[in-house]
Design a protein around this ligand. Structure first.
Ligand code: ZN
Length: 142
């Protein structure tokens, strides 16, 4: 890690020195140009890092959206309305689905219906003492 930083810093210094030398030959101050280019390097790398980070986060968000799409994608086993052959079809909630029967070739639409069922308590939640008390209360009231 430290050697990578030193190599990177060495390259930065070498490029800065080379450019400053070229500018010094055109009459500019070598030291001023060297310092200016050296500092500009860090600003340029900072801006580059910032945009790389932004691009990475945009990509990550896109991947997460794709994953959420895949999560809403499910399959179900249905039977052909014409020949009763069963088929596995993909189901996406909120979208109309259809499939062609592999046996008879009939085109089927998939209809999703919703129904309600009563919630039930697990047997372990039933306290025999409380049940007995309720029974006694009912008996007393009668
Ligand atoms: Zn069929």
């Amino acid at each position: 890690m430290l050697s990578r930083i030193l190599v990177s810093l060495g390259i930065t210094i070498a490029i800065s020195a080379a450019l400053a030398l070229a500018l010094a030959l055109m009459g500019y101050s070598f030291l001023k140009m060297f310092l200016l280019i050296f500092v500009l390097h860090f600003i340029a790398f900072g801006v580059l890092n910032y945009f790389t980070g932004v691009m990475t986060s945009i990509k990550m968000r896109r991947i997460q959206t794709e994953q959420l799409k895949l999560l809403s994608f499910q399959t179900a086993e249905v039977v052909c309305a014409a020949c009763k052959e069963s088929a596995i079809v993909s189901i996406t909630l909120g979208e109309e689905e259809s499939f062609e029967c592999e046996k008879c070739g009939a085109k089927n639409n998939v209809v999703i219906t919703a129904e309600a069922v009563l919630q039930t308590n697990p047997v372990s939640n039933l306290d025999p003492d409380l049940l007995l008390k309720d029974k006694i209360k009912l008996d007393v009231q009668q």
